[in-house]
Design a protein around this ligand. Sequence first.
Ligand code: DGL
Length: 274
Amino acid sequence: MSASASHPIGIFDSGVGGLTVLRAVQKLLPSESLIYLGDTARVPYGDKSPETVTRYALEDARFLEAHNVKAIVVACNTATAHALETLRDVASVPVLGVVEPGVKAAVAQTKSKKIAVLGTRGTIRSETYQRAILARLPDAKVLALECPLFVPLVEERFQEHPAARLIAQSYIQPILEAQCDTVILGCTHYPILQPLLNDLLGPYIHIVDAAAACAQALKRLLNDSHLLCQSLEAPAPSYYVTDAPEHFQRLASGILSSDMHGVQQVSLLEAALT
Ligand code: DGL
């Protein structure tokens, strides 16, 4: 079936963190219907091999395609880093990742050309952000930092706990030393820590939220493909997870600041066989 403007947008992530992207998309494109898939049975993706993450991402995308989405947003930075090209090769609809929009915003923002990227181990080691920045700004200095403790801190709702401050202080010290003026939050969970990071980095370091940049890129993509929805009101998003819907629901309600109900558990294997 070919994509039509009335079809939903599919968004997937390894778990709950991609809701920061859903939130940004909802804010910018309130008329759009959204389907969200969180692969909670296999989260985290951040420390898995590129091959494994690519296999998971293909299954996630197939699930969304089976729901007739008109575009797929890879909300997960790690999945974008490892699998975006493969997904684009096989998907029948446009596929958008979070890396390029975040990089574009950072490159437009920096004056000193010293840009820091925070991400999972997988994202940072893939060097996807580093390559994307240097492709746009060849004389940039890129400081790429793995922050593996940030995801569990957010998952445990420790964003305001003193432990989060201590850990963040240690992670961002090299950014202050290198005098970067722009920081990309290259992971779905990190926008939840943005108030803390803003506080620690101070007013002269600009934080790029890849989720917001991604929503802008999605709007452009849909507009250019004549796929922007024209209706005035969108139905509530549909949420699917591969495990533990109650846990997802609890965390999600915190991220979206509203109660969430009706999260459905699905098996991606069964979806692939039908
Ligand atoms: N969604 C992942 C990302 O943005 C973070 C959580 C995970 O490791 O799966 O990289």
